[in-house]
Write a protein of this length. Structure first.
Length: 259
């Protein structure tokens, strides 16, 4: 009988311990889910459309609280109807934003906001105009624009200054590119005009959604603001011998702000 009692006590304790561990695990999962949904979420940069600001292989941290919360802010994508945003704030010109691509909301894209609701946006000979005011372009030497296969080509680097005083780097690989001259577009309420910093290699608001671009971006599609590069690895080494891969870590980019 004593053995039975001891056995029963052991089973009870074992059951209690299992339940406690399950509750602890559920608490950890819930905390991670809430943190990713409410605070910040990491994202990976697979293309060169935001060079030289962001490189292929960068790992980004997007803060979610600056623009409020909507269904696009959820850490997992669920097909829910858009009901607006809670604590909504409009991005500032020059902000680098992560958003759900309107063509497929399972995809997260990153671009720079240049046009707010009511703004008139136009490209003239490769120069950005906002409400008929040109964004200043200052030459800043020559850089290398990477492609998705690990190759690169020369690109003219400029410091672009928006009319609100925000400055950032852009690439121009050629004159008279196919997106260097566009009709003037007025940004409607609830939308943004976004551009890639690599102006000759970005399917952004200059390209319609039907043609594979962003078109005018609904603010409800915003995930958050890209605030920092957590780490970076040169994908050009992925076809090289494994023992060379450590050299691909771009240590100078670790924990750097996105500007």
């Amino acid at each position: 009988m004593s053995i039975d009692k001891m056995s029963g006590v052991t089973k009870t304790r074992s059951g209690s311990s299992w339940r406690a561990q399950a509750l602890q695990l559920a608490g950890i999962v819930a905390a991670v889910f809430i943190a990713k949904g409410a605070l910040a979420e990491p994202f990976y940069v697979p293309s060169g459309s935001m060079e030289p600001t962001l490189l292929i292989g960068d790992a980004l941290l997007a803060s979610k609280f600056p623009y409020g919360y909507g269904t696009s802010s959820l850490p997992i994508q669920i097909n829910l109807p858009e009901t607006g945003r809670v604590f909504a704030e409009t991005p500032k010109r020059g902000d680098v934003v992560v958003f759900r691509w309107p063509g497929d909301r399972s995809q997260a894209w990153v671009k720079r906001v240049v046009g707010l609701p009511g703004d008139r946006i136009q490209m003239r000979q490769g120069q950005l105009f906002i409400n008929d005011r040109p964004a200043e372009l200052k030459p800043d030497g020559v850089g290398r624009a990477e492609d998705d296969n690990g190759g690169s080509e020369p690109a003219y680097r400029y410091v672009e200054t928006l009319p609100n005083g925000v400055s950032h780097l852009i690439f121009k690989m050629r004159d008279n590119g196919p997106l260097d001259n566009t009709p003037e577009v007025k940004v409607p309420p609830g939308h943004l005009f976004v551009l890639g910093d690599n102006r000759d290699n970005s399917a952004d608001s200059r390209v319609s959604l039907r043609a594979g671009g962003v078109g005018l971006l609904p603010i409800d599609n915003l995930v958050g603001r890209a605030d920092a590069v957590l780490g970076s690895w040169d994908l050009g080494l992925r076809n090289q011998p494994v023992w060379t891969w450590l050299s691909g870590f771009r240590l100078a980019r670790f924990f750097t702000p996105v500007r």
